[in-house]
Design a protein. Structure first.
Length: 181
């Protein structure tokens, strides 16, 4: 459970940091407000609702009621970060293929099976990954093809660097475990 929690926290590190800043500073709060709409538009209605409650000053454990596991990890990271900034995930941490691949493969698979919530989540993740840059941005560029069923490494990895290609291989391996061809 700790590994999955840490993976989610790291994947959403930019959002978690921005949310903590917004909860502690009026100017940051005003700048962050449009992100609530983005969350709603991406299908993360419950997370958007709780984020708004956090911005309004609520800090109780009742914020976690009704959230799915990933949202609980995100909101818990925000609450912990408000209390102690040293608990915030590292914005500069490099993704580890072994850590990110199972979760990404699971969401890609669900998206390809028509799960609208997973597709919305993947869209938001791809946007965050693109902003992160590096290997994560390159993987974000392959997401649509993966959702559409492409599994050819050579086609998917054109112009990818070593660590991006390694992550892609790990995702493809995980996808093979979920839905062997």
């Amino acid at each position: 459970m700790i590994e999955k929690r840490d993976q989610v926290r790291q994947m959403h590190a930019p959002f978690i940091h921005a949310m903590v800043k917004a909860c502690q500073n009026e100017q940051e709060r005003l700048a962050f407000a449009p992100q609530i709409k983005v969350l709603q538009d991406q299908g993360w209605e419950q997370l958007a609702l709780v984020a708004q409650r956090l911005l309004n000053g609520e800090r109780s454990e009742t914020l976690l009621k009704g959230l799915d596991e990933e949202d609980i990890f995100i909101i818990t990271a925000v609450l912990d970060g408000i209390q102690n900034p040293n608990t915030l995930p590292d914005l500069n941490a490099k993704p580890k293929a072994a850590d990110a691949a199972p979760g990404l493969a699971s969401i890609i698979h669900a998206s390809s099976m028509g799960d609208a919530g997973a597709l919305n989540a993947l869209s938001l993740m791809a946007e965050q990954m693109s902003q992160t840059g590096g290997a994560m941005a390159e993987i974000a560029g392959a997401m649509r093809s993966l959702v559409n069923g492409e599994r050819d490494l050579e086609i998917l990895s054109k112009k990818m660097r070593g660590e991006s290609r390694d992550l892609l291989i790990a995702i493809l391996n995980e996808l093979g475990k979920i839905s062997p061809q």
